[in-house]
Design a protein around this ligand. Sequence first.
Ligand code: ZN
Length: 235
Amino acid sequence: MFVLRLAKRVLPCLALGCCLIAADSPDAPAPVDWAESLLHLPVTRWFMPWLSLPPVREAARPAATCRLAPLPPITDPEALEFEASVAPNTDGLVPAMTRALQKFEHLVSSMGGTFVLKSAYRPPAYQAHLQQVWFKWMELRNNHDPGCQELQATVRAEFTGHDLIESQKPVTSSDHTRGLAFDATVFMPPARRQMRPPSVDRLAFRAGVMRPDIVRDPVHYKLVAVRERHVPSTE
Ligand SMILES: [Zn+2]
């Protein structure tokens, strides 16, 4: 008798459960166990609508990318050779500039100073590369975008490697490409008692060169004769 009563109560429940499971949406993923089956039932979602909300997932962040264009690659063979070389090229200087450079270097060293030649003749394509590096550094120097940090480091290395100066933009038509200029860092020893060495610019003038823009481009020297012919001052 008791078994019969129990069967009367349990069987409808089992039948209802089977129907509810069968009524589950066909495109739902296959449930793993009975508890999950219950959670996936449409009737469960009617009473607990929050369960039907899509699970909150941490959106995968896209890899940080820089929207700025990279530094254009060097394609000119002569410019590539210059980029790879360590020593400045003095072969492309005009003869008058070669003599002035040698005389200036000799005067400085004979007075106890130091003379380091940084750049001399440059092919036009290489000058264009310097200009591109300068412009790209101006674009990137204050950039804090995480995606641009790698590019910024690359351009910084180029900028410092070429001894470029932020205040001096390399121009397209340069005295360097015409063999009429060189860049050098020159230091004279400090004055001692009555011994006051001549200034860098006095020695430069004696050698036949001068600095057209000491403040913005202190390493740039050009022939004095070039200035007299009113050729524009260029880096
Ligand atoms: Zn220069």
